[in-house]
Write a new protein. Structure first.
Length: 627
């Protein structure tokens, strides 16, 4: 298995007195740790790679020239396209600057890779006033020491990308973006993992994974194990300000604002400023972020910290975080159909110290060591809130909610059909929402918690940290010429999972294959088998966290197929020779009996042997009569 999300520990010596400032465009310098062990590999690579440096008017990089070895700062001012499977390696502390267009178009089984050579450090990819139209598809960007990607004004689009193990002494370990008003930094099906921002006990560390000034859209993505360092820490996973920030169907886990004074926002920090923007978090799972008791002030942020502006959370699970589950300083917040549970032994599940927050159809239970559920100002309605007496407000209850391991509701939970009776909150999906319960979920009236309401149909987050895992390997098969052959695989992992079947030829070499066009499901069927189909097959199973290849299954093609089986035989003796008799069968003798006519035979003196060719031994039992 090739897992693309592994956390790696790197030691880097930094000149901390030189910081990168967007206003002055100055860059910090780095002194990477090196080892003579890498020298032989570097010398061997130098003779086979394509050297790159200086100004590029554009180009087309293919696997024939890969790896492309960056041996000096690069500036791209035309259109540079990069094919699937290309590696761009950096031999030193060089920057990849894009003022034109960069289109890195990898595939699930052949991603584009930006990486340093050996223990080298590189300055990341910088977009400065770039021409619109850049994108990264199935691209890995790793181990940069000045943010993986830095963006000024025009953002590229990211799809199926991995941004991992990058560092910056300031803000945005994985991505640092200053986006032009009216534009949006969009990331879809991406993994943002193990990035680091800040210097210990110096300044503010902000946005360990992503730092965005402007609008930000994150969809079907995982933000995991990112950190900030500094005197104060803001947004271990994501820091967003001065624009709209939207997170849909994401998982945020194990992110830490690891500061020496105070922590703000374990996973997401949002600051609207004068933009009048909105933080919207829908169908997300936010769990196990922060370090309990971290910071001299023990931290004052939540898994989600909205400083101002507007904040709306719908169908989210917020669980097991070190500080408040949700914290709204002066943000006008609404929390609808969320499950906020098991957060912080000494903090509130939800805190809104200055402005009334609206909390509806939600479960707020087991937080603050079972003592602190909702702090500050809140209008609470149709919620299950831990504590006695029942929280003031219409429709509130105080009953143990009965949660499955995935936080859906067990059969008989008091939270089923207990949300608001208003039709606008009706459940859109009332079946198959829990792993430990029957499929029935009551009526369409709103169920409290993250699996209730119209938004529940969109699911809740990704399965955290789950790379593809094969449960059933494809099996070898024998098929007749012009017959049918089917291969199948069973796999689990974070959704969405993609499949690509591959043909390895008759030599059955695991390292050599061609992708089969259109064969992208868990099963692959050949409807009219020919001799050219003989050989070995496998499937690559991928998701945003990595991929795994199955073992080889061999298809053998034979000109004629022969099978052996046992069939029911009736010996009919006696009777009148020359008379016709009917043979009938039924599957059950329970009245009313339905008899099926199978055959009519003419009796002989020696009797007749009749064989039911429709009754192989593996068929259910039958009863026969002759009359």
């Amino acid at each position: 298995m090739n897992t693309l999300g592994n956390k790696q520990n790197e030691t880097i010596r930094l000149k901390t007195n030189e910081h990168w400032q967007r206003a002055s465009s100055s860059r910090s310098r780095w002194v990477p740790t090196a080892c003579l062990l890498f020298l032989t590999g570097l010398q061997a690579q130098a003779s086979t790679c394509t050297p790159v440096s200086g100004i590029l008017g554009g180009g087309h990089w293919t696997t024939n020239g890969s790896p492309y070895c960056v041996q000096g700062d690069v500036q791209v001012y035309g259109l540079l396209t990069i094919d699937p499977g290309v590696t761009v390696s950096f031999d030193g502390n060089y920057e990849f600057l894009v003022g034109g267009q960069l289109q890195a178009n990898g595939t699930s089984n052949a991603p584009v890779l930006f990486t340093p050579t050996g223990a080298n450090c590189w300055k990341g990819i910088a977009f400065e006033d770039a021409v619109p139209g850049s994108f990264f598809n199935w691209t890995i960007i790793e181990k940069a020491c000045q943010s993986g990607v830095r963006i000024t004004n025009t953002p590229p689009a990211f799809t199926n990308c991995i941004i991992r193990n990058n560092y910056t002494p300031t803000w945005g370990g994985g991505i640092l973006a200053d986006v032009t008003p009216g534009l949006t930094l969009a990331m879809d099906h991406c993994l943002i993992s193990s990035n680091l921002a800040g210097v210990y006990n110096s300044g503010n560390g902000e946005g360990g994974g992503v730092w965005v000034n402007g609008s930000f859209l994150l969809v079907q993505s995982t933000v995991v194990s990112n950190r900030t360092l500094g005197h104060d820490g803001y947004g271990g996973g994501v820091f967003a300000q001065h624009g709209d920030c939207t997170l849909n169907n994401c998982t945020l886990a194990h992110n830490v604002p690891n500061a020496t004074a105070s922590d703000q926002a374990d996973a997401v920090y949002y600051w609207s400023g004068a933009s009048g923007g909105t933080l919207q978090v829908a169908n997300c799972m936010i769990y196990s972020n922060g370090i309990p008791g971290s910071g001299t002030a023990n931290g004052s942020g939540g898994a989600v910290y909205a400083y101002d502006g507007k904040a709306k959370l719908v169908n989210c699970i917020v669980s097991g975080n070190a500080h408040e589950g949700l914290y709204f300083w002066t943000a006008q917040a609404s929390v609808i159909n969320c499950t906020v549970t098991d957060n912080a032994p000494d903090y509130w599940g939800i805190t809104s110290p200055n402005v009334y927050a609206g909390i509806t159809n939600s479960i707020v239970y087991f937080n603050g060591g079972n003592l602190y559920q909702i702090g500050g100002y809140a209008n609470v309605a149709y919620c299950d809130v831990h504590g006695s007496p029942v929280t003031p407000g219409v429709g509130n209850i105080n009953y143990t909610p009965g949660l499955c391991p995935n936080f859906s509701l067990i059969q008989g939970s008091p939270c089923i059909d207990a949300g608001s009776p208003s039709p606008i909150y009706n459940d859109g999906c009332i079946d198959n929402q829990g792993v430990c319960t029957p499929s029935s979920r009551g009526t369409t009236r709103n169920d409290m918690g993250a699996y209730g309401g119209p938004g529940a149909c969109y699911g809740v987050g990704f399965v955290p940290g789950s790379t593809p895992d094969i449960q059933a390997q494809p099996e070898s098969a024998i098929a007749c010429l012009n017959g049918q052959a089917t291969f199948a695989v069973g796999a689990t992992g974070s959704q969405p999972i993609t499949y690509q079947w591959r043909f390895h030829g008759t030599n059955c070499l695991a390292s050599s294959w061609v992708d089969i066009a259109g064969a992208t499901n868990a099963t692959y069927t050949i409807n009219s088998v020919q001799n050219t189909n003989a050989g070995c097959y496998s499937v690559r199973i991928s998701n945003s966290l990595g991929y795994v290849d199955t073992s080889l299954a061999q298809l053998t093609v034979t000109p004629v197929c022969v099978s052996a089986d046992l069939y029911m035989g009736l010996t009919i003796s006696g009777g009148v020779p020359g008379q016709k008799y009917g043979i009938y069968s039924t599957m059950s003798l329970t009245p009313p009996i339905t008899w099926t006519s199978n055959a009519t035979i003419t009796q002989t003196v020696s009797g007749v042997l009749w064989i039911d060719t429709n009754s192989p031994a593996n068929k259910p039992k039958e009863f026969y009569k002759v009359e």
